[in-house]
Design a protein around this ligand. Structure first.
Ligand code: GDP
Ligand code: MG
Length: 162
């Protein structure tokens, strides 16, 4: 079977946009309103002659109290079922309490984790991305899922760990 890459992170950070960028098609639903993606939808992706499945997550209730738990549960599920995990953080917003809670879980992951700083649409945002080293998940990969900036380097890294 093909290896599976799980994309996790809190709502609105750009997970579905990144999934579309990785698969090269607009199949994952992107919304300005958080919580529209159904729980764990998989798509086939190809990069550098290799095929793998990309699993988008979302679909939890956008209520503040349940959010942290829902995102944490998705991260825990990904640790058990995926071959590699991409955790997406919004570099414009910076790391939130929810991001930190998820990072705490993922730091113990035996499944490889790649940290993505999304919404780095231009050079000015690179510094915000670098501050995400503080999450303790290694090097943050700065990307703009919407424009494709940095996604080639990210995909090379993903294939290294997948
Ligand atoms: P999800 O909830 O994590 O799946 O996030 P979505 O992919 O649905 O995106 C949420 C919002 O962020 C949408 O309005 C996207 O257009 C926007 N977005 C996603 N990626 C980027 C990016 O790289 N740069 C900017 N500026 N906006 C982005
Ligand atoms: Mg989504």
């Amino acid at each position: 079977p093909m290896p599976t890459l799980a994309i996790v992170g809190r709502p609105n950070v750009g997970k579905s946009t990144l999934v579309n960028r990785i698969i090269g098609r607009r199949e994952a639903v992107v919304e300005d309103v958080p919580g529209v993606t159904r729980d764990r939808v998989s798509y086939e992706a190809n990069w550098s002659g290799r095929s793998f499945m990309v699993q988008d997550t979302g679909g939890w209730e956008p209520d503040a109290k349940g959010l942290q738990q829902s995102v944490a549960r998705q991260a825990a599920l990904a640790m058990e079922s995926a071959d590699a995990i991409v955790v997406v953080v919004d570099a414009v917003v910076g790391a939130t309490a929810t991001d930190e809670a998820v990072a705490k879980i993922l730091r113990r992951s035996k499944t490889p984790v790649v940290l993505v700083a999304n919404k780095v649409d231009d050079q000015r945002m690179e510094a915000e991305a670098a501050s995400l080293w503080n999450l303790g998940l290694g090097e943050p990969y700065p990307v703009s899922a919407i424009h494709g900036r940095g996604t080639g380097d990210l995909l090379d890294k993903i294939l290294e760990v997948l």
